[in-house]
Design a protein around this ligand. Sequence first.
Ligand code: SF4
Length: 213
Amino acid sequence: MSDRLVRADNLYARIRDCARCPLSATRTHAVPGEGSLESEIMFIGEGPGMNEDRQGRPFVGAAGQFLDELIGEAGFRREEVYICNVLKCRPPQNRDPMPAEVEACDDYLQEQIALIDPLVIVSLGRFSMARFFPKAKISQVHGKSRAIGERMFVPMYHPAAALHQQSLRETIREDFRALPSIVEEARALRPGPTGPGEAVVEEPAARQIPLFE
Ligand code: SF4
């Protein structure tokens, strides 16, 4: 078993047992994340919904099906990317995440980013974007990539938003179609091979950079 797989198993086990915030009392299953540990792209949504909570897997409901479509249209397969959420447990009635819950869960996300070490991070939805760019407005910055260190960040609308608002469907499709060229740009940021486990965690610094303001 590779070192990266061992670290992922260990992380997932800690998330499944986690009781750091009150969401542990109302969840059915924690949803650590899934996909290729070698992925160049990491999608970060907001939190599990009803179907995700039932199955313990991210993006498996209607929004997940649309995400699969979008990933396919961008030229990738779901199993070759990595998908997770800012919050690993479902907020009751799908209410918005509370700041204290996001804070309590943040170590897991940071560990996950360091583990996968993706070239491109795609945030899906407002709350995920706010994790990296607290002052940005998604209507102004969606689809616009920014390099921070050796990584590109791209905020996108949440697929569920496009399900509820038809006018966003083509917008989110266009944003996804730009992903291959963003990955190409990101590859150029890292000369030489990117080895597993060599991650530099830049996210705390990224959170302090007032991008997209
Ligand atoms: S949401 Fe995160 S911090 Fe809260 S119980 Fe679940 S895994 Fe733990």
